[in-house]
Design a protein around this ligand. Structure first.
Ligand code: FNR
Length: 371
């Protein structure tokens, strides 16, 4: 049996384990299909239920598109978001549509910050514009949105800390010019995202997406720094890390876009997860460590590997054979497949057939022909 289509047990939190049916993930992809104003602003509608429900059929996990933690955090006016009037019942049918098909239901929570739509955010917020009390308010707002998603029935939240949005803009030296405890050295640039991860984790299991590089050389965030941030995130209880790249600078150097071009970022972070030596950060207190370390014996490396955060690779992964080889070389634990899954909602079945395995189709489609 392939690795790709064998089940994987995830340690969602200290108390909660779950097994996903395979190692394929549908990554978050904005669909620009919610109402931009009126009583249902930012809420999932029948399009979203069908779109995510059908794609949940052949993957192990679905991560719903970037959802603003508040209306001014939307990437576009048609993005999903949480507003003051949003109730858990508004998002519950979406969580159900995914879980009914046997996939784990995640949702990406975001504040678009410097890249928010001008139509929803004026002025836009950025590292340079926020006071420390506004940062604390945002951390609490992330928590509020996460609590709502927990009550709606989602299995986990993925915190968006990639692609130039607010949390990534704090992480990157390219966009963060602060001189207080949120700027300067990496420990400080990482403070905001780590506070958000801890806050979200109070309500439900937490995952995160990072850009592994800004493709700006030493003017921007580089993978060596992201490895540290990922280790801190893991110490705070993050159970899955999605490794994307870029998105912060339109003038980034030529990006070598091609099959598997971002896999290096997953490989590096996955190797960092294995390390039992944790870099120092004042948010990773003895209390936090004790809670995490108690789960496994310090000298049992294989138990540690089972226990540590799982890392996913994403970006131009185009077929089952390529995906399987990424897993087989140990570069990642999980594979995300975006645009190919937009074109073929049942892509998982096709990739499984490509790998020569027997495919168990849903009852209604037993007679389908996989091409
Ligand atoms: C995206 N992507 C994306 N990423 C993210 O973190 N949050 C988001 O909401 C979106 N939205 C989005 C919309 C659309 C239409 C596309 C095509 C992409 C990036 C996406 O998750 C993925 O990382 C990339 O598409 C690369 O993977 P593939 O498509 O090459 O498998």
């Amino acid at each position: 049996m392939s690795k790709l289509f064998s089940p994987l047990t995830l340690n969602l939190s200290e108390k909660q384990q779950t097994t996903v049916r395979n190692r394929l993930i549908m990554p978050p992809m904005c669909m620009y299909s919610a109402d931009s104003e009126g009583p249902r602003v930012g809420l999932p509608n029948p399009f979203h239920l069908e779109h995510y429900g059908v794609r949940a059929t052949s993957v192990g996990q679905v991560v719903v598109e970037a959802t603003g933690i508040r209306p001014d955090g939307r990437i576009s006016p048609q993005c999903l978001c949480v507003s003051e009037d949003t109730r858990p019942e508004d998002f519950a049918p979406l969580a159900t549509a995914i879980k009914e098909k046997g996939a784990l239901a995640g949702i990406q929570l975001n504040h678009a910050g410097p890249k928010a739509s001008e139509l929803v955010a004026s002025p836009r917020i950025s590292p340079d514009s926020l006071s420390t009390s506004e940062i604390s308010e945002l951390v609490a707002t992330w928590g509020h949105a996460a609590k709502l998603m927990a009550e709606a029935g989602f299995d986990f939240v993925q915190v968006h800390s990639a692609h130039g949005y607010l949390l990534h803009s704090f992480l990157s030296p390219y966009t963060n010019h602060r001189t207080d405890e949120y700027g300067g050295m990496l420990e400080n640039r990482a403070r905001f995202v780590l506070q958000v991860l801890a806050e979200v984790g109070r309500y439900l299991p937490v995952a995160v997406r990072f850009s592994g590089t800004d493709w700006l050389g030493e003017d921007g965030l580089e993978i060596a720094e992201v490895e540290y941030v990922a280790q801190w995130a893991q110490a705070l209880g993050v159970h899955q890390i999605s490794m994307s790249t870029g998105g912060i600078a339109p003038d980034a150097s030529a990006i070598p876009v091609g099959p598997g071009y971002q896999v290096f970022a997953a490989r590096q972070v996955r190797a960092a997860m294995d390390s039992m030596i944790l870099p120092v950060h004042d948010l990773i207190t003895d209390e936090v460590l004790e809670q995490r370390w108690n789960q496994t014996s310090e000298d049992d490396e294989s138990a540690w590997r089972d226990y540590c955060a799982k890392v996913s690779a994403v970006g131009i992964i185009l077929n089952g054979v390529q995906a399987e080889s990424i897993l087989a070389t140990g570069a990642a634990d999980l594979i995300e497949v975006g645009r190919p899954l937009l074109a073929n909602p049942y892509l998982g079945f096709k990739w499984q057939a490509e790998l020569g395995e027997e495919v168990e189709l849903p009852r209604q489609y037993r007679r389908a022909v996989i091409v």
